[in-house]
Write a protein that binds this ligand. Structure first.
Ligand SMILES: C[S@@+](CC[C@H](N)C(=O)[O-])C[C@H]1O[C@@H](n2cnc3c(N)ncnc32)[C@H](O)[C@@H]1O
Length: 283
């Protein structure tokens, strides 16, 4: 608990219970006015607090990672050379990159956060470097598979930054190479306001993570706020964050604009939980 408190204090801030309750239950317009993300929000949000929460969130993280690795291995077996060169961007603390490297694959992980890369390097044998996904320090046509795992695309408020990211993914791919984008949300449902808008997840030590995510038509995605509630204490509130949402038409449009030849989208059928979307873009 003390460690969680320390991590939270780094980039979440104490708020009072009444303010948090108000933002949790107010109407969408009021919420969206309060949850306006700063354009540079990822630098504020993805710090020690987020890393601590990601480890404690949504069941067994190791099982989730293993399920992702199975998906990645299936894509490699069906579409790519047996020993593909893989780029994991953004790699976070390296859970996918290190698992794939342990299987003998050549993987480079890139991320904005030097602290996450430090953790990644201590936990496995993949290569790592700091980079912004809009400008990859990677040679043109040198990669077979770009991985973008766990809701890691769609952070930029400016659509030009989104386009630059997809263009970079395309640039580094060899002919026939692929991008795999994995998300655990249903973007078309979220765009229509049919996706979970209030989420409560138990953390260990009796703490709770609460997330409110509301579609913002002016931004083209979900504007989100999160709180961590520790027993008997006022909550911590995280910086507002944003996730651009793409339905099938938006994927087709954006992939074509970035120079991809084909797009394939697999979504968990409606009503089946947990939801997952896997998008494959082929160079
Ligand atoms: C939701 S986490 C996912 C990390 C990893 N893919 C996983 O599944 O554990 C998103 C990551 O994106 C990184 N990030 C955010 N904006 C970035 C940017 N512009 N360029 C590179 N990495 C970025 C954050 O530092 C964070 O590690």
């Amino acid at each position: 608990m003390n460690r969680l408190l320390e991590d939270l204090s780094s980039n979440f801030r104490r708020t009072d219970t009444d303010s948090a309750r108000h933002l949790w239950s107010c109407d969408d317009r009021t919420f969206l006015a309060a949850a306006r993300p700063d354009p540079d929000w990822p630098r504020q949000y993805f710090g020690p607090a987020y890393a601590a929460l990601a480890d404690r969130f949504a069941g067994n993280p190791a099982a989730r990672t293993q399920r992702d690795i199975d998906t990645i291995r299936t894509v490699i077996a069906e579409h790519l050379p047996a020993r593909p060169r893989i780029l994991d961007i953004p790699c976070g603390t390296g859970r996918h990159a290190n698992a794939l490297a342990a299987q003998g694959l050549e993987v480079t992980g890139l991320d904005l956060q030097p602290d996450y890369l430090r953790t990644a390097r201590t936990e496995g044998s993949a290569s790592y470097a700091a980079a912004d996904m809009r400008a990859l320090p990677v040679a043109t046509a040198s990669i077979d598979l770009v991985l973008n795992m766990w809701n890691s695309l769609g952070y930029f408020l400016n659509p030009a930054d989104e386009a630059a990211t997809l263009a970079e993914f395309r640039r580094v791919l060899r002919p026939g190479g692929m991008v795999l984008v994995q998300q655990d949300l249903d973007a078309p449902a979220a765009l229509e306001g049919r996706w979970l808008q209030h989420m409560k997840a138990p953390l260990d030590d009796g703490a709770w993570l609460l997330v409110r995510q509301v579609p913002d038509a002016s931004l083209g995605g979900l504007a989100c706020l999160s709180w961590v509630v520790l027993p008997g204490q006022d909550p911590f509130q995280g910086p507002a964050f944003f996730l651009r949402l793409r339905d099938d038409a938006a994927w087709a449009r954006d992939a074509q604009a970035a120079g991809f030849a084909t797009v394939a989208i697999a979504r968990t059928p409606p009503g089946v939980a947990p939801h997952e979307t896997v998008v494959l873009l082929k160079a």
